[in-house]
Design a protein. Sequence first.
Length: 290
Amino acid sequence: MKHLFLILFSFLIVYSSAQQIDKKKQNNQKLKILLITEGTTYTATLIALNSLWYKDYPRSSFHFINDNGEWLQMDKMGHMTSSYYMGVAGIKAYKWAGVNEKEAIWYGGLSGSFFLTVVEILDGFSAEWGASSGDLIANTMGSALCISQALLWDEQKIQLKYSYNKSFWADKNPEQLGKNLIQNMLKDYNGQKYWLSFNIKSLLELENHFPSWLSLSLGYSGYGMKNPYHENGDPERMREYFLALDIDLNRVQTKSKFVNSLLHTFGFVKFPMPTIGIREKKIFIHPLFF
């Protein structure tokens, strides 16, 4: 994903909906703070993106590209996960500001799709890139997962998660896969894993002492990718699937507010656990896998 560094930075950014919110709520001090902060951050981020990222490339008329075959769709998983967490953060922000529940869910939950759609529009006017229908679909899916659960359960029982191990291929093409660890975490799709984590107790509505933080996760990744598409001389590409337990850090409660906040901040990260992996119809057992 071309702008993953920006998208991850923007988890807490949601678009300003001041004109669509009831006027009485606009008098709420928290809402004013939220809208001013979001509007300023959102505008500054787009200006920086437009001037710093696109300035070295020629502009063009708006156009679409078909990049759905790149990176075994790992970049689409990144789009979906980013949109999902921006929506989760947006809902929390609007609820904190005193907006009524349904408005908070819709305005906040759509924030990821809204922001990333604007990024796609900027891509569409760049001769180097182009808007991607696959990206737009992935963004929408992330928002839909967030909003549907908030409307149905008022909580996120099924979460998208991320994990990373530096892959063997990361150093084979640093221009594409990153030149340092931070870039690797954002660009090395061989080492990234995306997970769908199901919270067991909340989904099964267990009333006993079953731990509320224990989840079951399904993971997906790709391997053998030196370039967006397979090229002559490249290794064979393989899809990988995983099954593992997980810990929902958002449901872990300690006596320390600071520790709780720290844990919740990293709630999007898949917790290392014993894992079953499947690649090319072969099963692998990992005693501890991240």
